[in-house]
Ligand binder design. Structure first.
Ligand code: ATP
Ligand code: MG
Length: 591
């Protein structure tokens, strides 16, 4: 840009200098010519005067020398110019400045030849004798005797040349001033021309650096203004398109970022192009570590690298489940889908979709375990019923005492079976939330009185005292039947797992601003620490044999936990083996 400005300035200066120089030369030449012409006219006039007024002496040259030299010297006094008399044949017969006897023949002098031919002759040259620039003017004169003579005047051009020198100095000075002015003007012109160009370049650079708000300020509607407008239009359309692209990109990004599945994009060469947040979590590596690298370089499980390679080789949709041990143990379902830019287009890579199926598989496993447990639990009482019935049929029925004992066992076992099936149905109902809770205000005092009455006979059979420490006037919004189910389960556990003569304590009090805390303590056998986290699981019993003999199914606490959670409450347990167990329930007062 700058060089353009410099070039433009130099061109204008050069052109100015050239034209000024040419004009100067022309002026000098005209000046010189005019001056010489005027001088010549003057000299011709003087010569006409001379030739007409003087006395011409005829004769041989020898006789003429002195006379004409004298005449010449005299005339020089008037004319201030060298004067020469020449015969037609070129013999110089008189000269005001030189000795004619030593002078050569002048017939070949241009001015003499011209004078004889045309009646007037002129020449400018540096004189052989004087060595300076002279103007010579000559005219012929024919005497009465018929002889023709040439009279010649010579004047120095020193004066003319002096003026020309002066003129040259003035001209050069003027030239310099003109050039300076031209430089200034041309610089300004160049500036006015290049400045908008510079601005446009600056804007173009900003656009290149993705600053799409940059605009050219156009004022003039010339070609440069149009260029600015075109650039502005381009920036407008770029800005619109970029914002559209950005919007699309951010939409896609947020889709990717919020997907529950991990997504990893791998190009046909095996380079990882992209991975979303979920993929980072699942694989335990950040996108920064992996994107841009070959999948084989990423320190991943061998099976993963292998299946990616297979997908790249076969270019087919692959599906596999792999257990990952890093960053935590997980079962992942991998789907490798080929990427094609458009349908039927060339293969451009593989999209790896990772789905954590650990929870699904765990649920599936739990379900099948549950079915196995249920069948097992059902099989035991049925086997007992079947076994004792067979024995009775085999003859034992005749011994009344044995028969009665066996029938009692059959009755107990079928009762147990009945309870078990009832509990399973209950649990599945609660779990699937098929029965909605019927919330109503429950007056704790009254509610507890009724509940404890139901258990009194059972407690007194084991000589267990039930103590109550219930804050009076407490109300709770709950499903009363469900709440009773909770209390009955916990209290009967307390009675069941406490030796004879023990004690079960119920404490109920307001807890915090809006909660009621229910604590059920017993002085029973307690639960070992290792079993504590599991006692809320279905069918989980600490001592299988003893629990079964006490008629337990292992579903009670599981039901309790579900019911507490349906009331948006929490349940916890603390226990010391041989000392006793405490269950603590916190329920919100208002649902
Ligand atoms: P049921 O379904 O008839 O209630 P269960 O009492 O065996 O059978 P849960 O009430 O779920 O089943 O209790 C699970 C296990 O937790 C019990 O088998 C028992 O081992 C232990 N347990 C529960 N409550 C107590 C307690 N208060 N003291 C000691 N152990 C307890
Ligand atoms: Mg129980």
């Amino acid at each position: 840009m700058n060089s353009f400005r410099t070039r433009l300035t130099l061109i204008i200066i050069a052109m100015t200098a050239l034209s000024v120089t040419a004009a100067g030369f022309l002026m000098m030449k005209t000046f010189k010519d005019n001056h010489i012409n005027a001088l010549e006219d003057n000299m011709v006039r003087e010569m006409h005067l001379i030739v007409n007024k003087m006395d011409w002496l005829a004769g041989e040259p020898e006789q003429q020398f002195d006379y004409y030299t004298e005449e010449a010297v005299e005339l020089e006094g008037y004319t201030d110019a060298r004067i020469t008399f020449i015969r037609e044949d070129g013999t110089v017969i008189g000269d005001s400045d030189y000795d004619v006897r030593k002078m050569d023949n002048h017939a070949d002098r241009d001015e003499v030849k011209e004078a004889l031919e045309k009646g007037i002759g002129q020449a400018v040259r540096s004189s052989d004798t004087a060595g300076e620039s002279l103007i010579y003017v000559a005219i012929p004169y024919t005497q009465a005797s018929g002889d023709t003579y040439v009279v010649r005047l010579a004047m120095t051009l020193e004066e003319v040349e002096g003026s020309i020198d002066q003129l040259t100095i003035v001209l050069i000075a003027g030239l310099w001033i003109l050039c300076a002015v031209a430089a200034l003007i041309s610089y300004r012109i160049a500036l006015s021309l290049t400045k908008p160009l510079e601005q446009i370049t600056k804007v173009a650079k900003r656009i290149k650096n993705m600053d799409y708000r940059a605009r050219v300020k156009t004022t003039k509607q010339d070609e440069i203004g149009e260029l600015g407008n075109a650039i502005n239009a381009m920036a407008d359309s770029l800005q619109v398109q970029m914002s559209r692209i950005k919007q699309n990109e951010s939409q896609l990004e947020s889709v990717l970022a919020n997907m529950i599945n991990g997504v990893v994009m791998i190009d046909a060469g095996g380079q990882i192009l992209l991975m979303n947040r979920r993929a980072e979590e699942v694989l335990g590596f950040s996108a920064r570590e992996l994107v841009g690298r070959h999948f084989a370089e990423a320190k991943q499980q061998y099976e993963l690298a292998q299946i990616i390679q297979e997908a790249l080789d076969t270019k087919e949709h692959l599906r596999e489940e792999i257990t990952f041990y890093f960053p935590e143990e997980r079962l992942l379902e991998l789907n490798l889908v080929q990427i094609r830019e458009n349908e039927g287009g060339p293969f451009s890579g593989v999209l790896l979709v990772l789905q954590d199926v650990s929870a699904i598989r765990r649920l599936e496993r739990m379900r099948s375990e549950f079915v196995a447990n249920v069948s097992h639990e059902l099989k035991t009482p049925i086997a007992a019923v079947k076994g004792f019935a067979e024995t009775l049929l085999g003859g034992a029925v005749k011994d009344e005492e044995t028969a009665r004992a066996f029938l009692q066992i059959i009755f107990d076992e079928s009762d147990r079976l009945n309870r078990l099936i009832g509990d399973i149905l209950e649990l599945s109902k609660i779990e699937s939330r098929r029965v909605p809770l019927m919330f109503s205000p429950v007056e704790i005092d009254v509610f507890m009185n009724k509940t404890v009455t139901l258990l009194e006979s059972e407690a007194s059979r084991k000589r267990i005292t039930i103590e109550r420490d219930v804050e009076s006037g407490l109300y709770l919004e709950a499903d009363e039947d469900r709440l009773r189910q909770i209390m009955m389960n916990l209290l009967s556990n307390g009675i069941n797992y406490t030796p004879e003569g023990g004690r079960v304590t119920i404490r109920i009090f307001a807890y915090g601003d809006d909660h009621v805390r229910i604590q059920i303590c017993d002085s029973g056998i307690g639960i070992p620490k290792k079993d504590l986290p599991r006692i809320f699981e279905r069918f989980y019993r600490v001592d299988k044999a003893r629990s079964r003999s006490s008629g337990g199914t292992g579903l009670g606490l599981s039901i309790v936990k579900h019911l507490v959670e349906l009331h948006k409450g929490t349940i916890s347990v603390s226990s010391t083996v041989g000392v006793g167990t405490t269950f603590t329930i916190d329920l919100p007062v208002i649902q």
